[in-house]
Design a protein around this ligand. Structure first.
Ligand code: MG
Length: 254
């Protein structure tokens, strides 16, 4: 069941959304060669406490797997759900996906960005980041009353495939509000005019995951880290978006 939010509920989602955006911006500013992904996670945890929020990710369960960190940090061929580690030292030319969310006063927000480590990025990776971010905004632009979920997915998919990259099918976006993951699922692929009709009051996490090569995914023995099956790179961008009378409003933009 899709829970429509009232204006008052969307107002309450602004605080976790702003905190999520601000912490992601702070983390992004700390990314450089030599930093470990665990250091970024600890910084995120400090900022969450300082801002009076709670982590949306730490201790998140899927079956028997419990996520141990507040931040998902996914490097190069890792698509999503990378576990921060003191052993994972970032290198010049890496790409790093930072996926982060908090809960404040019973409401959740979720956002992600993929950033360059250092300045020396190869051309394909630069294009992968640009195309993935652009595909997210193409999808967000369709998140309007009366459009269908398939219109959002098709807009993302078209932008990605026109650039010669592939959309991950194994993970999708989602509704968000009183839970981190709510109905509906928001695929980054689809057919125009198909799927649920979007309505004012829906709040969606729109989050393309885009692979340079094949869409195929494998998950590490840790039960979380999802990586490309061909070892090529992957990028991920995400915003929490409210569908309002005036169109899509990106709550996690700062
Ligand atoms: Mg999400």
């Amino acid at each position: 069941m899709i829970e429509l939010k009232t204006n008052a509920e969307i107002e309450r989602m602004r605080r976790p959304a702003r905190i999520t955006g601000e912490i992601l911006a702070s983390l992004r500013a700390k990314v450089r060669p030599g930093v470990t992904t665990a250091e970024l996670d600890r910084e995120a945890e400090r900022l969450i406490a300082r801002l009076g929020a709670r982590s949306a990710f730490k201790n998140y369960r899927v079956g028997d797997a419990v996520f141990p960190a507040v931040l998902c940090a996914s490097v190069n061929d890792e698509i999503v759900h990378g576990i921060p580690s003191d052993r994972r030292e970032l290198q010049e030319g890496d790409i790093l996906g930072l996926d982060f969310g908090v809960e404040v006063d019973g409401f959740f927000a979720d956002a992600a960005v993929t950033v360059t480590v250092g300045n020396d990025l190869d051309d394909e990776s630069r294009r992968l980041l640009e195309v993935t971010e652009r595909s997210m905004y193409e999808g967000i632009a369709r998140a309007c009353e009366g459009e269908r979920l398939g219109d959002v997915g098709a807009a993302v998919q078209d932008a990605v495939e026109a650039a010669g990259f592939s959309v991950v099918r194994d993970f999708v976006g989602h509704g968000i509000g009183r839970a981190l993951h709510e109905d509906p699922q928001v695929p980054n692929f689809g057919k125009r005019g198909r799927g649920r009709t979007l309505a004012v009051g829906m709040v969606l996490a729109i989050e393309p995951m885009v692979n340079a090569g094949t869409a195929a995914v494998r998950v590490d023995a840790d039960g979380w880290t999802a990586r490309t099956s061909d070892g090529r790179r992957s990028a991920h961008f995400e915003h929490t978006v409210a569908i309002t009378k005036k169109g899509p409003e990106i709550l996690t933009r700062i």
